[in-house]
Each structure stands twice: as structure tokens, then as C-alpha cells.
Design a binder for this molecule. Structure first.
Ligand code: NAD
Length: 358
């Protein structure tokens, strides 16, 4: 097939470091940044993405072109396609899988619950089935989510906190993935690391996320709904800049132990880890909006409305001491600096004069 020829005939997936990584969801926001970072340091990288239509496919295609120019080839396919996955492993002996393909977003679950089951549960199992049966078995790092903390009122969230009250189907599927990871680690000796990302933002970001559509709506003069919790409570997020998250992903891959092919209770048991990757500095969404107004030099038309029960929680705040201890993870970008980079990208990308460049 076409991709097979491209993969075989190019040096693109060849590794200079010994690390060879299959990145699923490579045309996604986080996947694009992680793939570029891996490629830049000489790792072997191959992307996989189904280019689904959850949001603007043109943006995914633009990210793909960027990846192409960086030397990362993205195969178009679904993680539920076990035959395709196996073929990829036949062509490249991946040492690691960075699994970022998923149905993201909490609100969309009310419209299309099946896409969450398909990608986040069935797709995750499909991937793990292939990982357990190839030789050598790769170590897996995958994106869980801060949403697993659900309706926790105790902040900051630490990895040991309860995760048994998800506020959305999305959160429930991520929580299920953590249980599935445990089972595959225990039975099949797969080395698995789950990363609970906290509201990741930055250039090439996701149009369904608040910082992105606030920017669009401010520039288009549209009214913006700012949610407020019960009793005028602040709605806040632990916004985490993409470059910080990428560093956490790379450190997770670098510290991942080999899969052992033997169950969790045996000697030399494979690793199972869960880390928060947040910024530790929650910012009210109203403040996010003020920063954007300042950067765009346009006043937003705000409308304060009470937080609907649509999957959003009121507050997120990461305790990152475990990730610091085990991964050396230390975010360094504050929201003002990160948004400045996002806005610069946004304005450039959507500039009609430059549009053809992508
Ligand atoms: P994204 O939607 O931009 O990227 C996901 C990519 O996966 C998309 O390009 C999509 O086309 C692809 N995909 C979806 N289902 C697939 C399937 N069945 N087969 C193959 N490809 C498929 O999202 P993102 O923001 O880059 O998120 C990456 C991961 O991080 C996801 O697992 C997401 O749930 C998780 N996460 C993200 C955030 C955040 O703030 N961005 C926060 C918490 C967790």
C-alpha cells in the first residue's frame, strides 16, 4: 500500500537514538507538538491519525503538512484497525507508543456518546491487544485527563485522590482507560504510563477549547458566555502550556521501563504509572478572557451565565510533586506568555494573505 511504500522507502522513521515511537493522534494538537519534538532530537517517529471531523479537518491537514516538512510521516487510519496496527509494527519495531488518539472534549459526549466508546475504550483496547502480541512489546505512554478527578472539591488534585465521580462520559472513558491499563499491565506485563493532562493550550490548539473560541469570538465581535459556579463561584482551570506538556511526555517516554511480557505480581514486573501534568496555578476563566482582550486589543462582549451541567467541572488544580520527583517535570510558562504565543500563531494562521502557505 501507499503508506507502506512511503514508510519503507524513507529514512523518516529511522531512529538515531534507539527510541522509535508510534504516535497515535499525530495530527491532533498535542500529537503534532510531541511528534516534532521527538523528531528534532533524533528519535524515530511515525504518526497515525484518522483525521476525524470532530473539529476543522483543514487544521489537521495543516498540522500534517507541518509534520511532513519536519520529516514526520502520518499514516491515515483508525486505532481500531488491528490489521493496520500490526502492519505498522511489522514495518517498524517500535520501542514506544505515545498514544494520543482519542475523542476529546467533554460537551460533545452529549451529542455523540458512541465516538467516545469507539476511540477511547474500544480503540485503547485494540492498541493494547497489538502491543501485547508483538515482539518486542513496546512501552506505552498515553493521555489520560484531569477530568478523572470529576467532582472532587479537594484541591489540588493528587494522583491518590478519588476518581469515582466523573462529571462527563469523556471523563468516564478516561477513568475506564486507567482501569484497562491496570489489567493489561497485570496480565500481560505491558509497561504503561498514564498522563493526566490539565487544559493544555498553545499554537496549533483545538478550536473546541475556550481559549481558542474566545479568541475567535472576540475578534468577530460575538458575545462570550463566561460560566460562573454556584453562589458566584469562580470557574478556573489549571491552564498548561503545550511546551511544558511536551517535556512531560518526552520525560515519560525516556523513563519508561521495558515491557516484560510477564504479569504484574512476578519478579521484574512491568511498570504502571500515573502522573498529573498540570501547571499548579489555576486561573479564573474571566482572567483568561481579560488576558486575551489585552493581547488582541479588543474588548469582549461578556455575558455571565451559571455553569450548566454539561460535563464541565468548576475547578481544576494539579499537584505535580510526583511528576517532578519521577520525571523532573517542571512547567515554566505562565498563562500570559503562553497565550501571547497562541495569539501570535492564531493571527498568522488565519491571516487570509498567508493562508495558502499552509
Ligand atoms: P485532538 O483532538 O487535537 O487530537 C486527537 C487526534 O486523534 C485527532 O487528530 C483525531 O483525528 C485523532 N483520533 C481520534 N480518534 C481516533 C481514532 N479512533 N483513530 C485514530 N485517530 C484518532 O486532541 P488533543 O488536545 O491533542 O488531545 C490529545 C490527547 O490528550 C487525547 O487523548 C485527549 O483526550 C487528551 N487530553 C487533552 C487535553 C487538552 O487540554 N488538550 C486535556 C486532557 C487530556
Amino acid at each position: 500500500s501507499d503508506w507502506e511504500r512511503r514508510v519503507r522507502s524513507s529514512a523518516r522513521v529511522r531512529s538515531k537514538t534507539g527510541l522509535s515511537v508510534l504516535v497515535t493522534g499525530a495530527a491532533g494538537f498535542v500529537g503534532t507538538h510531541v511528534s516534532i519534538a521527538l523528531k528534532r532530537r533524533g528519535d524515530g517517529v511515525l504518526g497515525l491519525d484518522n483525521f476525524n471531523t470532530y473539529y476543522d479537518v483543514a487544521l489537521k491537514e495543516s498540522r500534517k503538512s507541518l509534520l511532513d516538512r519536519t520529516g514526520v510521516f502520518v499514516v491515515e487510519g483508525d486505532i481500531n484497525d488491528g490489521v493496520l496496527l500490526r502492519k505498522l509494527f511489522d514495518v517498524v519495531a517500535f520501542t514506544h507508543v505515545m498514544h494520543l488518539a482519542a475523542q476529546a472534549g467533554v460537551r460533545y459526549a452529549m451529542q455523540n456518546p458512541n465516538s467516545y466508546i469507539h476511540s477511547n475504550i474500544a480503540g485503547f483496547v485494540s492498541l493494547l491487544e497489538v502491543c501485547k502480541s508483538v515482539n518486542p512489546q513496546p512501552a506505552i505512554v498515553w493521555a489520560s485527563s484531569s477530568s478523572v478527578y470529576g467532582l472532587n472539591s479537594k484541591v489540588p488534585f493528587s494522583e491518590k485522590d478519588r476518581t469515582d465521580h466523573p462529571a462527563s462520559l469523556y471523563a468516564a472513558t478516561k477513568k475506564a482507560d486507567e482501569a484497562i491499563a491496570h489489567a493489561y499491565n497485570y496480565i500481560h506485563g505491558l509497561s504503561i504510563t498514564g498522563l493526566r493532562f490539565f487544559t493544555v493550550y498553545g499554537p496549533w490548539g483545538r478550536p473546541d477549547m475556550a481559549y481558542f473560541f474566545f479568541t475567535k469570538d472576540i475578534l468577530e465581535g460575538k458575545e462570550i458566555s463566561v460560566f460562573e459556579g454556584p453562589n458566584h463561584g469562580t470557574v478556573a482551570r489549571d491552564f498548561t502550556y503545550i511546551d511544558d506538556v511536551v517535556k512531560g511526555c518526552l520525560a515519560s517516554l525516556d523513563t519508561a521501563k521495558k515491557s516484560t511480557g510477564s504479569g504484574g505480581k512476578k519478579k521484574g514486573a512491568a511498570q504502571l504509572r500515573i502522573f498529573n501534568l498540570g501547571n499548579t496555578k489555576p486561573v479564573p476563566v474571566s482572567k483568561l478572557l481579560s488576558i486575551l482582550e489585552k493581547l488582541l486589543k479588543v474588548k469582549a462582549k461578556r455575558k455571565v451565565v451559571s455553569l450548566p451541567r454539561n460535563g464541565d467541572v468548576q475547578f481544576t488544580h494539579a499537584n505535580i510533586s510526583l511528576a517532578y520527583k519521577e520525571l523532573g517535570y517542571k512547567p515554566t510558562t505562565n498563562l500570559e506568555t503562553g497565550l501571547k504565543k497562541f495569539v501570535k500563531w492564531y493571527v498568522g494562521y488565519y491571516d487570509p494573505k498567508k493562508k495558502s502557505a499552509w
